[in-house]
Design a protein around this ligand. Structure first.
Ligand code: FES
Ligand code: FES
Length: 213
């Protein structure tokens, strides 16, 4: 039983639903979501900030919930991949998936479906949240390690190259290797024409490179 003298009260708004709960200060946001609130959209992969599967949007910015304490996020607005589709928080854990059937997918989610950007799907909620965060960061002019023209990037006008997407999504691992299609999906969600994969494959094979990472 939880000793209330060692807990703190936090209010978390998850996918539009507010929760006031007592948590121990050492409890991560990931464990709070999954174990206390039954919100299983964010996945626990490494629990050490290495894989990205626990990514959610915190007040609109992507965060790793395994590296975030719940008490640090008092009053935060948390959006999981389920919430991006407009799924009510009460639907979490509903095995009937009725609410998901009726959900309207976020453009990034729709692009993941259209471009076959998943295999086992375990990393996918984190990939989707991270991709939404990436597109927002680019729109706001945040440069990345591979942004060539920082002035252009800071205006939010940096070209959305595949290298930009790879770099910005590099914290989200996919063990089954859906990376090329994840990049395609993010291009689609950004409104860029899908790449000509046949032409790209020819170029890559001619260069002797290993291809999309
Ligand atoms: S579970 Fe959080 S980064 Fe892996
Ligand atoms: S789709 Fe399988 S780990 Fe990403």
């Amino acid at each position: 039983m939880t000793d209330r003298s060692t807990t703190m009260t936090v209010t978390l708004t998850v996918d539009g639903r507010s929760h006031e709960i007592e948590v121990e200060p050492r409890t991560t946001l990931l464990d709070t979501l999954r174990e206390r609130l039954g919100v299983t959209s964010a996945k626990k992969g490494c629990d050490h900030g290495q894989c990205g599967s626990c990514t959610v949007l915190l007040d609109g910015r992507r965060h790793l919930t395994c590296l975030t304490l719940a008490v640090q996020q008092d009053d935060a607005e948390i959006t999981t991949a389920a919430g991006l589709a407009g799924v009510d928080a009460t639907a979490h854990g509903d095995p009937s998936l009725t609410a998901l059937d009726e959900a309207e997918l976020h453009p990034v989610q729709q692009a993941f479906v259209d471009r076959d950007a998943l295999q086992c799907g375990y990393c996918t909620p984190g990939q989707v949240c991270s991709a939404v965060g990436v597109l927002d960061e680019i729109a706001q002019g945040h440069a990345s390690h591979v942004t060539d023209d920082l002035e252009e990037g800071l205006d939010g006008g940096a070209p959305l190259t595949r290298d930009e997407i790879r770099e910005r999504m590099s914290g989200n691992l996919c063990r089954c290797g859906a990376y090329p299609n994840i990049v395609d999906a993010i291009c689609q969600a950004a409104g860029d024409p899908p790449p000509d994969r046949v032409a790209e494959a020819e170029i890559v094979s001619g260069a002797g490179d290993g291809g999309a990472r």
